[in-house]
Design a protein around this ligand. Structure first.
Ligand code: IMP
Ligand code: MG
Length: 211
């Protein structure tokens, strides 16, 4: 019995090592073929511009605005983390978790993992997200917040992708307008990889499964 367990453990560990080797090699190869389209300096400047716009809007001491900032996990985690310390007005922070189905490179059904709390009712909400692509996700988020009684929803995205189709929702504040390419970095991933890059990299078209 004990021997069986040990054998299974050995097999499991070998599989784990093979799996890690596979992901390490695939992540490296995707980035080797990618092209940096905005470097860290450009990304940081974009975050500062977004912060300045929000500080202009909410920094007036005569205006007692106390917005609720909602980060859309997981993609907005880096944008949120870098933007929040640059905001100079009183605010409340919370997060929601919603994604297009799976971690594929092509969007699907919108899936909620953490829904908004009832405290959104009557509030001005600043929604922070990584990227506005086809707009399905943020249209869905905005509608849900309005349905729950939010007074105003300000869509703030780090990147707005220029696509040919019209989008069901418009961003109110945009960090960078980017070409119609699949990008990684600054919170955005391809197959789960490279959310940690400080710049924005475009993944080569041939390296994407279904595009
Ligand atoms: P939308 O519903 O098409 O606007 O998709 C928005 C979501 O899809 C984003 O919040 C990202 O999670 C993901 N997404 C869309 N385009 C990209 C991209 O170029 N790179 C990484 N993720 C993307
Ligand atoms: Mg997202």
């Amino acid at each position: 019995m004990q021997c069986d367990l040990k054998d299974n453990q050995g097999e499991f560990l070998l599989k784990q090592i093979a799996m890690q080797d596979f992901h390490f090699a695939r992540a490296r190869s995707l980035l080797n073929n990618a092209e940096e389209i905005f470097d860290q300096k450009a990304v940081d400047a974009a975050v500062r511009r977004v912060a300045a716009t929000l500080n202009d809007r909410f920094g007036n001491p005569d205006d007692a605005a106390f917005p609720l900032v909602l980060g859309v996990m997981g993609g907005a985690v880096v944008f949120t983390g870098q933007l929040l310390p640059q905001l100079s007005f009183p605010l409340e922070f919370d997060y929601i978790h919603v994604s297009r189905y799976g971690d594929d490179d092509q969007g699907g059904r919108v899936v909620w993992k953490v829904i908004p709390r009832p405290n959104v009712a009557g509030r001005t909400i600043i929604v922070l997200d990584d990227i506005l692509d086809e707009g399905e996700t943020l249209a869905h988020v905005k509608q849900r917040l309005l349905d729950m009684g939010a007074a105003e929803v300000i869509i703030t995205v780090f990147a707005d992708k220029t696509i040919k189709r019209s989008k069901p929702v418009k961003a109110d504040i945009v960090g960078l307008t980017i070409p119609d390419k699949f990008v990684v970095g600054f919170g955005m991933d391809v197959y789960g990889y490279w959310r940690n890059l400080p710049g924005l990299w475009a993944i080569r078209q041939e390296d994407l499964k279904a595009r």
